[in-house]
Each structure stands twice: as C-alpha cells, then as structure tokens.
Write a protein that binds this ligand. Structure first.
Ligand SMILES: Cc1ncc(COP(=O)(O)O)c(C=O)c1O
Length: 469
C-alpha cells in the first residue's frame, strides 16, 4: 500500500511553492524581527491529538506557515548573536532537500552517500592538518563528538576488556579547563566514568587553562594512585572564545602518555585562515578533535564531526561483528569502513551532502575570509563597548565573542535586558557569567552579519537599558 499519491503533480506544485517561499524568506530576513515569541494560540495548537485521518498536504503546509515558520530560533537572521549558532546557507538548505529525497541510510554499505562522507572526513583532516588516513564520523554536534572522543580514549586506556566488562573500578581521571563546555563533563558521566573523573582546571584571566595547574593536578592524581588518561583542550571556549595552550597540552600528553582531545566546536574553522591558524598551534597534534560544521561553517543543523588520528583506535572503540551486518567482498554489503563501526548510531541520515555541497560551493578560502570577518566584527563591537561609559567589557576578545554589561543594572537586569531585546525582535544576545557576574554575550557566527548590524547593538542595548532602568 503506497503512501505516495496516485497523482504527484499537486504535491510537485506545492514543492515548488515551498521552495519559492523559502527563498522569499531568505530575501526578507533582514526586514523582519530576529525572533518572535510564540503567542498563546500557537502554543495551544501544539497539543492536538494524534491525527487519525490525513489532511491535504496544502493544509498541512498552511499549518506549518502559521505555526512553525514565524516562530523558529531566528539564527538565520544577521542580527542573531546568541549562543553559538550558524546562519545556514541557501545551498545547504537545498542539499537537505536532496538528501531527504534520497532517503539514504548512512550506517554503512557500499554507496555514494558513504563515499561522500569519506570525502568530507578527508577534507576535515586537511583543515585540521591531521594525517590523510585519520578517521572521522559525522554526528549531530560537538556534544556527541566529545562523548565519542571520551569513549575512544577510554578504550585506548583500558583495552578491549572495558567494552565487555566495563571500567571495573579503574580510577580514570581526565582534565579540562573550568571554561570547558558542559557537554565535556556530561561525556564522562555518560561514559560511566562519572563527571567527577573530569578535573576542572582553573583558567587564567584570558579564560584559558592554566598550564601549571594542569601539571599539578595530573601529578597529584598520580601520587594518589589514580589513572590519568586524557586531557581535553578547548579551542574557542563557549563563554569568551578563549583558546587553551594547546601546544603545551600536546607536550604534556606526549610526556605523560595521555590522550589529547580538543573541543574545537567552532574554533576548528579558524584553522582555514592562515592569519588565525597560529593561535591554534598544537591542535593538529591532538589524538582527536570535536567540531561542528553547523556553527562557523554555516552548514544547516545538524552537522557535527569527530576526528580521530588513529583510525584503528577509533574502530576499536565501536566495531563489533554480527551476522546481519556482515561485510561482503562485493555487492551492497561491501565497503569499508562502515560508520556503524565508528560511533553509536546504526541508522543515520545523509548529513555529508549539505557539508559537501556547502564546501564545494563556498570554497575553503571564502569560509576562511568569513571567519576572519566575524572576528573583525567582534573587535568592532568590543571597541564600541569600550567607547561607551555606560557599558563595561567583561572579557578579552580572543576570536569572535564579546562579553559586556550595562553598568546601570545588576545581574538580574542584564538577563532582563537580553530578554527585552529578544522579545522586541531586536538583536538577540545571550547571557553568561564571567567572574561571578552576569554578562551580555554576542557571538559572531553568522555569515550575513555586517558592520551595520554590529553598530546597531550598542544603541539597542542602551535604549533597552534606559527603558528598563
Ligand atoms: C566549545 C563548545 N563545545 C561544545 C559545544 C556543544 O556543541 P553542540 O551544540 O554542537 O553539541 C558548544 C556549543 O556551543 C561549544 O561552544
């Protein structure tokens, strides 16, 4: 019983309309609000019973236009500066359509979507200056990429038995800066090592890990009979964009035989820029790197990546033979490696296509220029903040993130100010805590952002601050 309509032409016409609407939305982005809260009527519409009978696709699309499209996150908009959200591209949007059309299952087997993923992984290796034969896998995002890195490092530290018997009480310890992302700590919790196994090392006043404190923590754990096995460097911290001393961490990992992983969720893309790459010296010596194509590379969500230098170590953490997934020398069940051997997912969509099409269309050089432009915009905002006595800058600008505060208000007022701006459809800023105080935070990740968009931030914050004050 096919679910396809007998006559596809009305759906084809609807598809054309959808595509036109999407391009119209892109054309009109700048004129609209950055974000709109869902009105009560829309919230209530999301509590309908399971539809027993189908509706015409045009009616369902009308519901999408009414309930979904106007109330999305807003990260396509050039004035979206919250968290670390990429803006997406038109070519990536089209690639998603093509991937949906193919409906390929990318858990394994011998077909072009797997070859496409292999190509993207080799490009990632080139960008990170990893060896050509490094292994990698596309995943939802850096949260899962960091988790996979912990599992690979755990397997490398404890050997094959950990996959059968668990950690058996092995007192593994690992190290990351206090500014590392929450997902790093959660990775240790999910890997059964406990989040306490991750020692959070103090940062200096630029937000980068203090190397001496790392050395001391490793030595103290060794003296206590524990088993240090991994250091996670951060290359672009979520709060301020700070970069850990990666080369020094690489040295200590080599000397102490520790797995060196880098969370470069957005920072990795700066490796494309000859001007920014020196800031990341040491990253290419990592055993593994987690990063996202959906952040600074502008690929539509979701598109994360884990890269592992030693392909054998990567495979050893996940591969297992079972009859129904047997590899054959020829036919569809041929091909090597299968992504199922490199991560927890068996069924997976065709994420590689939107990355392949984006990179081929934009080219690495333009991406590098865009990354540099984002950093220049961040410096521009920092200068505007510094020039405004009512504002206070809260952290140095290492890359593309500016943290500041309205001196006229307390912590609660900063958060209220961000929410006021969001609800007014004005620039979206997020908040974080710097040295115990709430900061407004602008991250420049969107390729559509211009100097005019940056210049609108300070006046908008001052006006909102005056209204609320
Ligand atoms: C430094 C860092 N690590 C990890 C993550 C988590 O990445 P994802 O949201 O893709 O899982 C982020 C997200 O912003 C991040 O900035």
């Amino acid at each position: 019983m096919s679910l396809d309509p007998d006559d596809l032409s009305p759906l084809r016409a609807l598809g054309h309309r959808m595509l036109d609407d999407l391009f119209d939305e892109l054309d009109a982005l700048r004129a609209g609000p950055v974000w709109r809260p869902m009105p009560e009527r829309v919230r209530q519409a999301w509590d309908a019973p399971l539809p027993r009978a189908g509706l015409p696709a045009t009616a369902v699309y009308d519901a999408y236009r009414e309930l979904v499209a106007p109330f999305a996150v807003g990260n396509r908009h050039p004035r979206f500066f919250g968290w670390v959200h990429g803006g997406g591209t038109a070519i990536g949007m089209l690639a998603e359509l093509l991937a949906g059309g193919l409906n390929a299952n990318c858990g394994g087997r011998d077909h072009a979507p797997i070859a496409c993923e292999g190509q993207v992984i080799r490009w990632a290796a080139e960008m990170l200056e990893f060896p050509d034969d490094a292994s990698g896998l596309l995943v939802t995002g850096s949260s899962i990429a960091n988790f996979i890195a912990v599992l690979v490092a755990r397997r490398a530290a404890l050997g094959a038995s950990v996959r059968r018997d668990g950690t058996g009480g092995a007192a593994l310890t690992a190290y990351a800066s206090a500014a590392s992302h929450l997902c790093v700590s959660r990775a240790f919790d999910m890997a059964g090592l406990g989040s306490q196994a991750l020692r959070l090392i103090a940062c200096d006043d630029t937000g980068a890990l203090q190397y001496a404190a790392l050395q001391q923590a490793i030595a103290a754990d060794r003296r206590a009979g524990l088993h240090p096995f991994m250091v996670v460097g951060t290359a672009g911290s979520v709060d301020t964009g700070a970069i850990d001393p990666l080369a020094a961490i690489a040295d200590i990992c080599a000397a102490e035989q520790l797995w060196f992983h880098v969370d470069a969720a957005f920072g990795a893309l700066a490796m494309l820029s000859p001007r920014l790459r020196p800031l990341f010296a040491g990253l290419s010596r990592a055993d593994s790197v987690a990063f996202d194509f959906h952040k600074w590379a502008q690929v539509p969500y979701d598109a994360g990546c884990i890269m592992v230098r030693d392909a054998g170590a990567h495979r050893a953490a996940f591969a297992r033979e079972v009859a129904y997934l047997r590899r054959e020398p020829r036919g569809l069940a041929a091909g090597e490696p299968w992504p199922v051997d490199l991560g927890p997912d068996l069924s997976r969509g065709f994420r590689a296509l939107k990355i392949w099409m984006t990179l081929k269309t934009v080219g690495a050089d333009r991406l590098a220029d865009m990354v540099e432009h984002s950093c220049a915009l961040a410096r521009r905002l920092a200068a505007a903040v510094d020039a405004e006595p009512r504002l206070e800058r809260m952290a140095p600008v290492a890359l593309n993130i500016v943290c500041f505060r309205d001196r006229r208000g307390d912590d609660a007022r900063q958060a209220a100010l961000a929410a006021d701006l969001q609800e007014a459809g004005e620039p979206v800023l997020s908040t974080t805590t710097i040295a115990g105080r709430t900061a407004l935070r602008a991250a420049f990740v969107n390729h559509r952002t211009t100097q005019d968009d940056v210049d609108a931030i300070v006046p908008a914050v001052l006006a909102a601050g005056s209204r609320g004050g």
